[in-house]
Design a protein around this ligand. Sequence first.
Ligand code: CAA
Ligand code: FAD
Length: 379
Amino acid sequence: MLFQLSEEHLMIRKAARDFAQQECLPGVIERDEKAQFPKEQIKKLGELGFMGMMVDPAYGGSGMDTISYVLAMEEISKVEASVSVCMSVNNSLVCWGLEKYGTEAQKQKYLVPLAKGEVIGAFLLSEPEAGSDATSQRTVAEDKGDHYLVSGTKNWITNGASASIYLVMAQTHASKGSHGINALIIERDTPGVTVGAKENKMGIRASDTCSILFTDVRVPKENRIGDDGFGFSFAMKTLAGGRIGIASQALGIASGAYERALAYAKERKAFGTEIMNHQAIAFKLADMATRIEASRLLIFKAAWEKDQGLDYTASSSMAKVYASETAMWVTTEAVQVHGGYGYVKEYHVERMMRDAKITQIYEGTSEVQRIVISRSILK
Ligand code: CAA
Ligand code: FAD
């Protein structure tokens, strides 16, 4: 067992770190405050090859492994989680799903521009009344022979307004439950698609999250991914990889806050000494470092299993639940280490604390991850 990154991994990490420092850091506070989508940053990420990192170069991707993706996600999330969520959805939900299960024609038409970062994708599973209970899909894809007629509402869709390609889960055979759901590729410009207002969020404020309404949207049959009824299985398999991405996002938020807390503890003085010399602060830093390292190892293990073609369903849930709970704890303590300064925007850690919370909710809440893990160990 080698606990060592390759030269290539180190180069990717450095490229992501430089990108985050040069392109994200300068405007991150303002974009958060104005809830302004990081359009320029996403365009540049595409040019760097980071929007289709794991996609085969034959389909416009960068052909990298999952460890590289995790490293890049961590570095970008250290600075701007609103950028990394867009990157994560495009890479691990949209591109991965299309590359793994799409037809050759679907890959040529949709995957290539997505992997090159020319367009952005979104993943539409959640509904107003079907979040954790994802099999209860109410959006309907009525089978009309050569096409589907889609009607319904999807909620909380990341990249909802900026994406032009949607992967949509919808119910075709209600009597078959989860086995009646289909996954369809829907172009945003199709008649009958309406993008709702952007949500005003606690964290990841610069990312765009919207509801999407479908009214009798005609979708050709060739846009179905996999066999009839494969949609729920498609969503679950895709989310298993997605959760590695969100775990890496949580890791980045935690390590970004830790690095700031460490630097601050070395310079801030109280009672005649740097606050790091107070054991209460030193122990906080020790616990932060330990939990971050444990998160990283869980994430690397899940990523490695994915690259080896092993089953990573439970390990990705373990990585996500552990890293997201770590992110929430570390960011809260990072604010504490900063005292009053931690409570104002200029010191960044208050934003990180707000951003951390979402990692415990999306791509499956912490409770859902525990359902996945417990079913795996109890079966
Ligand atoms: N791979 C393949 N098939 C799977 C599967 C997997 N990982 N997990 C479940 N299935 C199959 C099951 O085998 C079952 O089929 P059978 O009936 O043939 O056995 C079928 O799917 C239904 O599964 P369950 O009975 O386990 O379903 P459930 O109703 O108990 O729900 C759940 C399970 C884990 C809670 C699931 O509904 C779930 O993951 N919910 C959370 C949804 C979620 O993560 N949403 C995220 C939206 S995307 C997002 O959030 C993006 C973002 O923010 C950035
Ligand atoms: P509910 O499912 O109603 O859960 C409410 C509470 O009950 C939670 O604490 C939950 O853990 C708990 N709970 C529910 N069932 C159980 C159970 N069986 N056992 C124990 N506890 C349970 N979805 C998409 O499809 N695509 C996206 O791009 C996307 N992006 C998002 C971006 C943001 C900013 C947000 C806020 C959400 C996004 N989501 C997206 C939706 C997200 O995945 C859901 O919010 C999440 O899965 C939880 O669903 P819910 O909000 O309906 O909560």
